[in-house]
Design a binder for this molecule. Structure first.
Ligand code: VGL
Ligand code: ZN
Length: 198
C-alpha cells in the first residue's frame, strides 16, 4: 500500500444476493471478506466507499422499458438496501448510480454521492491514488467500475475472493477478469492484504 489507498465496495445489495430479484449465485459469500477488508481500512484510517445501484421504478435498464434486467435495486426499496451483515463504518461514502431513467449506471464512476460529487472528485480530494475493489457483480458493475477507475488513472487491485458474477453466459466472470487485467488492474485476496496485519 505504497500510495494512499481506499476501499470501494460495489453494489453489495439485497437484490444481488440470494433471495433478491437479480441474485448472483453465492453473492453473499463476499460479505465476510469485505467486512475484514473494512476493518483493515478503518484501522489504517483509510477511506471506505460503497456504491449502490439506485434505479427509478421505470428505468430503461429494466426489461419492461426496453432494457435487459428484471426490476432491481429500486430507490428506497428493501432490495436496494445494503446486505444487512455488511458492516459499513460511520463516514463511509455512498455513491448512488443508475439514478436517471435512461442510465444503466454500471460504473461507480458514473454515480454521485448524496452531496452531488462524483467518485473521481471524492477520491481526488481524499488524495487517493489506489483503490481496492470487491463486491457485485464481477461481470457488470465490478468490471465497469474497475475499467472506469483505470481510465481515470487510478491504480486498482481487485479482491478475487470478494467478487461474484451474474454469468448470464458461462465464462462471463473469467472474461471480465481478463479485461480488468488487460486494463492494468492487479489481483489479490483480502487475506493477502489483511492477513499479515492480523
Ligand atoms: C448490476 C446488472 C444490472 C451490477 C447492476 O451491480 O453488477 N448488474 N445492474
Ligand atoms: Zn442495475
Amino acid at each position: 500500500m505504497e500510495q494512499r489507498s481506499a476501499l470501494l465496495i460495489v453494489d453489495l445489495q439485497n437484490d444481488f444476493c440470494p433471495g433478491g430479484s437479480l441474485p448472483v449465485a453465492e453473492g453473499d459469500r463476499v460479505v465476510e471478506p469485505l467486512n475484514l477488508a473494512i476493518q483493515f481500512f478503518v484501522s489504517q484510517e483509510l477511506p471506505v466507499l460503497a456504491s449502490r445501484d439506485w434505479h427509478p421504478a421505470r428505468s430503461g435498464h429494466f426489461k419492461d422499458y426496453g432494457g435487459i434486467w428484471p426490476p432491481h435495486c429500486i430507490q428506497g426499496s428493501n432490495g436496494a438496501d445494503f446486505h444487512a451483515d455488511l458492516l459499513l463504518p460511520d463516514g463511509a461514502v455512498i455513491i448512488s448510480k443508475g439514478i436517471e431513467p435512461g442510465s444503466d449506471g454500471y460504473s461507480a464512476f458514473d454515480g454521485k454521492s448524496a452531496d452531488g460529487r462524483t467518485l473521481q472528485d471524492i477520491l481526488s480530494s481524499l488524495q487517493v491514488r489506489h483503490i481496492f475493489v470487491g463486491g457485485l457483480a464481477t461481470d457488470y458493475c465490478v468490471q465497469a467500475s474497475v475499467l472506469g477507475a483505470r481510465r481515470a488513472g487510478f491504480d486498482v487491485t481487485v479482491f478475487t475472493d470478494a467478487i461474484a458474477g451474474v454469468n448470464i453466459a458461462p465464462g462471463d466472470s473469467e472474461q471480465a477478469l481478463e479485461k480488468m487485467g488487460s486494463a492494468g488492474a492487479r489481483f489479490c485476496t483480502v487475506d493477502d492484504l489483511v492477513g499479515t496485519a492480523r
